[in-house]
Design a protein. Structure first.
Lengths: 111, 118
């Protein structure tokens, strides 16, 4: 079993839709949960991070962590064509340990 | 503030050759990590350097090696290239965390060096 599982998609939605992206993980020691956005031919950029369980909201983006189920989610409200990118979940044990990434989900938001 | 810069952006090599990729870390960052991202995959951790010493390594063979210089820039060297080494190589810089939960040691990625091995 891989440490982090993420459905690679692709996922195509109309503009304005609510998007739900998800990852599952296997190691209960993970404490930091992050979402990176990667545009084509660019490096990943940090979008959201959450420590331990709970929700975190930033504008149109909400990150959720359920440690009991080992399940993390990213919700995008009122999706825009500019949100079209690959979304990578990433998890780490502590602030100095390597990131373990999911495969990434490719999202297309159609105008 | 200068971000993470990598060079070259693209290169093509043949099997058996050697390659050196370079990375300049973001101003104020003393930790550099290298990741390999194959097509359609998430980045995989290769190794990390902190104050010129390797202090963490992923599941990559010894032909993947690195250096960090006093100015915190870094190199990734790959010897005896194989076809499966074709990938986007990402460099990320960060500052070490204090261990507090709110300080994640955020990684700032460069745009990568795309290596094709023929």
């Amino acid at each position: 079993q891989k440490e982090v599982e993420q459905d690679p998609g692709p996922l195509s939605v109309p503009e304005g839709a609510i998007v739900s992206l998800n990852c599952t993980y296997s190691n209960s020691a993970f404490q930091y949960f992050m979402w990176y956005r990667q545009y084509s031919r660019k490096g990943p950029e940090l979008l959201m991070y959450t420590y331990s369980s709970g929700n975190k909201e930033d504008g149109r983006f909400t990150a959720q962590v359920d440690k009991s189920s080992k399940y993390i989610s990213l919700f995008i409200r009122d999706s825009q064509p500019s949100d079209s990118a690959t979304y990578l979940c990433a998890i780490r044990n502590s602030g100095n340990t390597p990131l373990v990434f999911g495969k990434g989900t490719r999202l297309s938001v159609i105008a | 503030e200068t971000g993470v810069t990598q060079s070259p952006t693209h290169l093509i090599k043949t099997r058996g050759q050697q390659v050196t990729l370079r990375c300049s870390s973001q101003s104020g960052h003393n930790t550099v990590s290298w990741y390999q991202q194959a097509l359609g995959q998430g980045p995989q951790f290769i190794f990390q350097y902190y104050r010129e010493e390797e202090n963490g390594r992923g599941n990559f063979p010894p032909r993947f090696s690195g250096l960090q210089f006093p100015n915190y820039s870094s190199e990734l060297n790959v010897n005896a290239l194989e076809l499966d080494d074709s990938a986007l190589y990402l460099c990320a810089s960060s500052s070490p965390t204090s261990g507090r939960p709110t300080n994640t040691g955020e990684l700032f990625f460069g745009e990568g060096s795309r290596l094709t091995v023929l």
